[in-house]
Design a protein around this ligand. Structure first.
Ligand code: SF4
Ligand code: SF4
Length: 428
């Protein structure tokens, strides 16, 4: 029996003895004797076998072989990847957008609106997945609310095909007026992701509406009504952060928390990457270290609850899941959201009765797979990292990119766990 490589045993600055395990995601406080005996076992398992107990084995702290744990995890990930019990579609009812965000990767946003024929093709496509007993739709764009009528008509048809239907929307919320808000429940839209990039002036500069100067005011008013009338809706409010607006995050956070006193609002940073964005020329994106500094600063200096505690990561995204697709406004099929509008990244088209572009499909499903990556296989962070974004992994392998895929806490785990621990104790 040996010490699991997924253990992280450490002492805090205040001399607390703690043990975190990345595969079970358990975090425990130890007394000095427990800590000392585990430390001895870690250093010399053969001479300290007497400490082995069922409790330590069941907790995954002492293991026969870490490989067994890795293989169980691998199986779970494979089953998730090839789970055909549900179909997940990201649907773009229009490629058009009423904003012109400075960092948008969809630089070419043609005025394409989905037509009736494509709508019916989507319905046929869903029908062909008869083994899927759940249908999850994410409305995406462009700006999906520019094609609200399409969302209404397609929802009606999709719900008739699969009654186990649930939807989510990613929108800039400029058109989320009373009429739209009032219809969200009947459209089974249970959550929204909305983006604000700072307070009024900053937001309006970074995310300008094409014709109106103050989208911040319209969006916040729309949210007033939404939260007042829909007590179930969950809003993930994303703040796209780079080096040019990072100092405004806490101000926006405080402003929104004061204006909307609801647990249904979850504010989080989204980091602008240099892929297809303005940061590629200005270098304004954060690297991993900068992300860490940013997270810790919000927590320590501004008392903002950040996600410090690692989460186990099993499932992947649309790109890696066999039954997940992104459908463009003209019926094009993709595996990754980043590929929208790129002809060479289409894996098929609903209007063309041909097989999928298998080369691309296979690449997204299994190429540059973290499960085959020796570095990931041996990595303590693997259960909570899952190898990072597949798009980046594939770009690194096939397009000569050098994108950092590693977990944000990779060099700072101790600090994250220590702060998390203190936060729990202080709030007890
Ligand atoms: S591959 Fe990466 S960018 Fe593409 S959908 Fe998945 S997580 Fe998003
Ligand atoms: S991507 Fe990096 S942090 Fe994540 S599992 Fe692989 S080596 Fe570890």
């Amino acid at each position: 029996m040996k010490w699991s490589k997924y253990n992280y045993l450490f002492t805090t600055k205040k001399n607390k003895k703690l043990l975190y395990n990345s595969i079970t995601n358990n975090f425990i406080e130890l007394n000095k004797d427990q800590y000392d005996s585990l430390q001895k076992f870690k250093e010399n398992p053969d001479e300290n076998k007497h400490i082995i107990s069922d409790e330590l084995i069941n907790a995954g702290i002492i293991v026969e072989n870490d490989k067994n744990l890795y293989y169980s995890l691998k199986l779970e990930k494979q089953l998730t990847k090839f789970d055909t019990s549900y179909l997940a579609l990201t649907i773009v009812p229009t490629a058009a957008c009423n904003f012109d965000c400075t960092y948008c990767y969809e630089t070419n946003r043609p005025e394409i609106y989905m037509d009736d024929i494509t709508e019916n093709k989507i319905v046929e496509f869903v029908k062909s997945y008869s083994e899927a007993n759940r249908l999850r739709v994410t409305w995406y764009g462009g700006e999906p609310l520019l094609a609200f009528d399409r969302i209404v008509s397609l929802t009606e048809k999709l719900k008739a095909v699969n009654t186990n239907y649930e939807a989510y929307m990613i929108s800039n919320a400029y058109l989320l007026d009373k009429n739209v808000s009032d219809k969200l429940k009947s459209l089974s839209i249970t959550g929204l992701q909305i983006t604000l990039d700072g307070l009024q002036e900053t937001h309006n500069k970074r995310r300008p509406h094409l014709h109106h100067s103050d989208s911040f005011q319209t969006i916040t008013k729309n949210l007033d009504y939404l939260f007042e009338t829909n007590k179930d809706i969950k809003v993930a409010l994303r703040v796209n952060i780079d080096k040019t607006n990072e100092n405004e995050y806490h101000k926006l956070y405080d402003y929104l928390k004061t204006r909307y006193n609801t647990e249904n609002l979850n504010i989080h940073p989204g980091y602008v990457t240099n892929i297809y964005s303005s940061c590629s020329s200005t270098g304004c994106e954060f690297d991993r270290e900068h992300k860490n500094e940013f997270v810790l600063k919000q927590f320590k200096e501004h008392n903002i609850p950040m996600s410090l505690y690692p989460k186990t990561s099993i499932g992947g995204c649309t790109a890696r899941h066999i039954n997940s697709f992104v459908i463009g406004a003209k019926g094009e099929l993709y595996k990754c959201w980043n590929d929208l509008g790129l002809k060479e990244k289409e894996i098929g088209n609903l209007h063309i009765n041909e097989q999928f572009n298998n080369k691309l499909l296979v690449r997204y499903l299994v190429a540059a797979d973290q499960l085959d990556d020796q570095k990931c296989q041996n990595c303590f962070f693997f259960p909570i990292c899952n190898g990072g974004c597949p798009f980046s992994r594939i770009a690194n392998e096939f397009e000569d990119e050098d994108i950092d895929c590693c977990h944000v806490a990779k060099n700072n785990l101790k600090q994250y766990l220590e702060l998390h621990y203190e936060n729990i104790i202080e709030n007890e």
